[in-house]
Design a protein around this ligand. Structure first.
Ligand code: ADP
Ligand code: AMP
Length: 211
């Protein structure tokens, strides 16, 4: 099963993608997590991506597409995957479509997690992330067991630099201009879920769609 998560930054794509990955036994592939891991490791890719991420802009398609295609070509992706944060532009979606078409394949579902902009800024300022294992929490809605510490791996949690309100506003603009058109691109494959509900209710709605 090949699934794409659509929705604004902070809508809950990563949170739901992790639950989907666990239930359906497929990898969770997040381009944002790959960039952050590179940034932490000090690689050239991380340094290049940081310039764009810090401003809330998209990393250029040439860089992003390559890391995504390399990742989904790995052995653990052969039975499917859930993509979180990719594609974010029409050209990215076209490259993925072409790569899958060469394998006589296509995306099965696009889950659009719908959350109005008003809710997003609040969500982002409460988000805490683990850069080591990619886990995500919210200080009010989905808190870790011990404040500031990742439940999975014990690493200290961070407030992402790009979750500051000024940057979030720009990320929302970028989302509306460059990513929202994907809803039309994927047409009938897109299934909407109400992302303002609590985490479990959103997941139940997704499972009802995926079967
Ligand atoms: P995205 O991957 O779309 O950027 P995340 O999954 O990281 O978004 O979620 C953004 C923030 O909102 C995180 O702090 C997360 O813990 C919190 N969150 C996710 N889903 C919900 C929900 N249904 N209700 C309340 N908060 C949520
Ligand atoms: P995310 O963790 O998905 O919110 O992504 C964080 C940041 O990484 C984004 O604001 C972009 O700067 C960059 N990024 C992640 N995925 C992509 C993508 N598919 N295309 C371009 N930039 C991306």
């Amino acid at each position: 099963m090949k699934i794409i998560m659509l929705g604004a930054p902070g809508a809950g794509k990563g949170t739901q993608a992790k639950l989907i990955a666990e239930k359906y036994g497929i990898p969770h592939v997040s381009t944002g997590d790959i960039f952050r891991a590179n940034l932490k490791a000090g690689t050239e890719l991380g340094k290049q991506a940081k310039v764009y991420m810090d401003k809330g802009e998209l990393v250029p398609d040439e860089l992003t597409v390559k890391i995504l295609l390399d990742r989904v070509a790995q052995e653990d992706c052969k039975n499917g995957y859930v993509l979180d944060g990719f594609p974010r532009t029409i050209p990215q979606a076209e490259v993925l479509k072409k790569a899958l078409a060469e394998l006589n394949d296509d995306v099965d579902f696009c889950i659009n997690v719908d959350v109005p902009d008003e809710n997003i800024i609040k969500r982002m300022s409460g988000r805490r992330a683990c850069v080591k294992c990619g886990a995500t929490y919210h200080i009010e809605h989905i808190p870790p067991k011990k404040e500031g510490v990742c439940d999975n791996c014990g690493e200290a949690l961070i407030l992402r630099d790009d979750d500051k309100p000024e940057t979030v506003k720009n990320r929302l603009d970028v989302y509306h201009k460059q990513t929202q058109p994907l809803i039309e691109f994927y047409g009938d494959k897109v299934k909407n879920v109400d992302g303002t509900k609590d985490m479990k209710a959103v997941f139940d709605a997704i499972v009802a769609i995926l079967g």
